[in-house]
Design a protein around this ligand. Structure first.
Ligand code: PLP
Length: 366
């Protein structure tokens, strides 16, 4: 009897989440001094100012446990979103919320439908709770094929994850397609809409999934403070769910899953709407500029509603290395024919463009 006999054998095929390269690793590897990390869809600016001040003020009180019920944050989110506090789940990042929802509903043998490529956490939580992943390819425009996803639903389907906008492609499905999907999806399926990049979207046809939320229908909507609010390092995200599901999540979560600093920062970040508007406009400007350079270089990409762009590459491994040699870290997907580039500051965009120019000069085409 060894340690391998003690560990759950069904964990063997699972692979731990692989984070992108850190700037320090690339500095060491390439000798390039100023490295720009554009591989994790982080916001280039620090936390919104209102959140920073509040975090500093709370530090002397960290001898106390957090508010396990996230009372103040839930109450502010509830009035902001027009839902009840009993409908809110707060997590250590929206990643935890996705996992808790899965933990609360999945039984071994269930099926979980999601688009592919999409957020890597969906197959991970599916496997973790003994369910079977059903991947539905994106359409030719790199967009969720909601009709095909509906077609993949069976009696054993327990969850459908929809990622809108989608990571890694940055694309959205539009209101008509979502309304059609919601009208047709059977009642035994929990629809989980992951809106981690909600605040970046500018397309007027983007469907806010909360408009379908009535507290009864099996629908959960997840968002995060990691992206637009720049609080990725703190870990705080939330979900809106029917009350019974939110209570079930309370049973499986840790008692103090969201730390005090995160709760305070998220609470105050919500007040800074002007900063969110400014950041959204700035992101849009950088994206338009990057597109114009990609067009000039003959680089193909998916139209993005987020703070990252999905670049089609026929030689992704070489392209990734060529960009790295220029000190720009993007996200690769092994041999999948694409790279994902996060948008940053104006300087980051200039740097990205120079790196892509150098990569094209070296490789001919990406
Ligand atoms: C689509 C999507 N959902 C959820 C998350 C998780 O974000 P967090 O756990 O930081 O809230 C991410 C992070 O990259 C994401 O891209």
């Amino acid at each position: 009897m060894g340690i391998e006999d003690i560990i759950r054998e069904d964990l063997a095929p699972l692979v731990p989440y692989a984070p992108g390269l850190r700037a320090s690793q690339v500095r060491e590897r390439t000798g390039v001094e100023t490295v720009v990390k554009l591989s994790s869809n982080e916001h280039p600016c620090g936390p919104v100012p209102a959140a920073l001040a509040a975090m500093r003020a709370v530090l002397p009180r960290l001898n106390r446990y957090p508010d396990g019920a996230c009372t103040a944050l839930k109450s502010k989110l509830a009035s902001r979103l027009g839902v009840g506090t009993e409908n809110l789940v707060v997590g250590n990042g929206s990643n935890e919320v996705l996992r808790l929802l899965a933990q609360a509903v999945l039984r071994p043998g269930d099926e979980v439908v999601f688009a592919w490529p999409s957020f890597v956490v969906y197959p991970m939580v599916t496997a973790l709770f003994g369910a079977t992943a059903v991947r539905v390819p994106l359409d030719e425009g790199d967009v969720h094929d909601l009709d095909a996803m509906l077609g993949a639903v069976t009696e054993r389907t327990r969850i459908v994850f929809l990622c809108n906008p989608n990571n890694p492609t940055g694309t959205i499905y539009r209101r008509n397609a979502f309304d059609r999907f919601m009208r047709a999806v059977p009642e035994h399926v929990l629809v989980v809409v992951d809106e981690a990049y909600f605040e970046f979207v500018t397309d007027p046809e983007y469907p806010d999934a909360l408009q379908w939320f009535d507290g009864v229908r099996p629908l959960a909507v997840c968002r995060t403070f990691s992206k637009m609010y720049s609080l990725a390092g703190l870990r705080v995200g939330y979900g809106v769910a029917p009350e019974q599901l939110a209570r079930a999540v309370d049973k499986v979560r840790e008692p103090f899953n969201v730390n005090t600093v995160a709760q305070i920062a998220a609470y105050h970040a919500l007040d800074d709407e002007a900063e969110v508007r400014r950041r959204r406009a700035e992101n849009q400007e950088q994206k338009t500029y990057l597109y114009s350079c990609f067009d000039r270089l003959g680089i193909s990409y998916a139209s993005s509603e987020t703070n990252f762009v999905y670049v089609h590459a026929t030689r992704p491994v070489e392209a990734f290395q060529a960009l790295l040699a220029e000190g720009v870290i993007v996200r690769d997907f092994g041999t999948s024919p694409a790279l994902r580039v996060t948008l940053g500051t104006r300087e980051d965009t200039e740097r990205t463009i120079r790196a892509f120019e150098a990569a094209v000069a070296r490789l001919g085409r990406l």
